[in-house]
Design a protein around this ligand. Sequence first.
Ligand SMILES: [Zn+2]
Ligand SMILES: [Zn+2]
Length: 172
Amino acid sequence: MKKPAAIPSNESAMGHYASAMVQGGLRLTPQRRQVYEVLMDKRDHPTATEVFIRAQKQMPSISLATVYNCLETMVGSGLVKAVHVDREPTRFCANLQEHGHFHCTECGHVSDIGFSHTREKGWKLPSGFLVTQHDVTLRGLCADCGTSSKNTNHSKSKSHSHTNSNDKPLTQ
Ligand SMILES: [Zn+2]
Ligand SMILES: [Zn+2]
């Protein structure tokens, strides 16, 4: 019943986008769609500036202020997650499945990590406490940095290309 009529449904992501926008009471503006497309396109948790640079390639007229605006609106409606990593600029994530983040302190890459169904069991919650949302960021070394840290060759870090493409899909 919430099926978006005017949106091409060949891509489930955009279908999801449309229904989420409708549910959040948001208008489907081309700018919002563009920003969301950028986030869905490469799941590497870009900052607002990075989103802007990528969005601009497809939509040269879009401004940084508009991108900020779109991101803020979509975070507010729960369509996008804001990821805060220490003192770095906020990053954005369009993965709506409940997940945590792993921040590699060596290369700075942020990857999505799934929760197991028994995740609450890992925490010593006081009795009566109810978890409604998880906002978890783990820090450490990613697989590449963990194995390369032995030779302490930091100039190598440039050659890391942590594309998220082979990450386990967290979509349902
Ligand atoms: Zn790393
Ligand atoms: Zn994420």
